[in-house]
Design a protein around this ligand. Sequence first.
Ligand SMILES: Nc1ncnc2c1ncn2[C@@H]1O[C@H](COP(=O)(O)OP(=O)(O)OP(=O)(O)O)[C@@H](O)[C@H]1O
Ligand SMILES: Cc1ncc(C[n+]2csc(CCOP(=O)(O)O)c2C)c(N)n1
Ligand SMILES: [Mg+2]
Length: 280
Amino acid sequence: MNESEFIAALRTLPLHPGAQDLRDDTAILAIGGETLVLTHDAIAEGVHYRPGTDPFDVAWKLVATNLSDLAAKGAEPVGLLVGAVLVDGAERFVEGLRAILTEYDVPLLGGDTISVSPATFGCTAIGRATVTPVPRRDGARPGDGLWITGPVGAAMLGFETGQGSAYLRPRPRLTDGQALAGHVTAMMDVSDGLLLDASRMAEASGCTADITLAKVPVAAGADPLRAVTWGDDYELLFAAPDGFEPPVPAARIGGMIAAGKAPLLLDGQVPGIALGYQHR
Ligand SMILES: Nc1ncnc2c1ncn2[C@@H]1O[C@H](COP(=O)(O)OP(=O)(O)OP(=O)(O)O)[C@@H](O)[C@H]1O
Ligand SMILES: Cc1ncc(C[n+]2csc(CCOP(=O)(O)O)c2C)c(N)n1
Ligand SMILES: [Mg+2]
């Protein structure tokens, strides 16, 4: 079973309406007058970061990937629960946590600590919606423009060259997400590769995403076709009605069209390549 087959099997379980059929970045929980936004992401040695990575960077990446899912829903972080592992240099993990909690002004709520090798860290992030209804993945319509808040491929280059901060210190687009949330028809973060994530948005929305490769902003030095499929970018992908002028820097990379033979077209063709990263 691969990742999408497993999630499909989970859909047969009793699901809370806020789970949105396990087809979105977060769950949405309306309680009293508040709307909470909940997400959980794990990272593992050898899968998400190389063995020997400074635990400071592991802590940053763990929290950043979770805050990125809140950003995609225009949510403001409320607090975090961290599932930690006692690795060598665990004090560096604490310092990395301190750095990102301070940077994004989000406090720790609690968590759990175990000892296991290779290490796997988990994080649950809780946010408060700043805009309701919270933008979903499934609201895009044919005729909408498709946009991204920044380049793809920087993390891939960082992974391959050891240079730059994009791979280990991604910056969740929290302020961009909040500025966009009231205007978009659909929004999500790009974590598994632009083409795969765009195809997920299109599929959820009952459309086809029509992307022009030359319009996609790509990190300098990255091969465009690899950059749109590698992942770990954490930019926001959003759809908005034609003519929309985004309040934050963003590039229009294509549009949504009526559902066709596939959920994604690249330069008018169904790409004959893997669209992104899937756990197997
Ligand atoms: N083990 C699980 N139990 C319950 N729900 C799950 C599980 N794994 C994934 N999901 C749900 O499946 C959906 C898709 O998850 P996925 O991890 O692809 O989203 P994401 O968090 O945006 O992506 P990424 O992990 O790349 O950041 C989400 O609604 C998520 O809550
Ligand atoms: C050591 C190492 N090897 C490969 C990769 C590439 N990679 C792994 S998971 C993932 C997508 C996001 O994961 P998830 O869907 O679990 O959030 C990507 C792009 C990496 N980051 N580190
Ligand atoms: Mg996501």
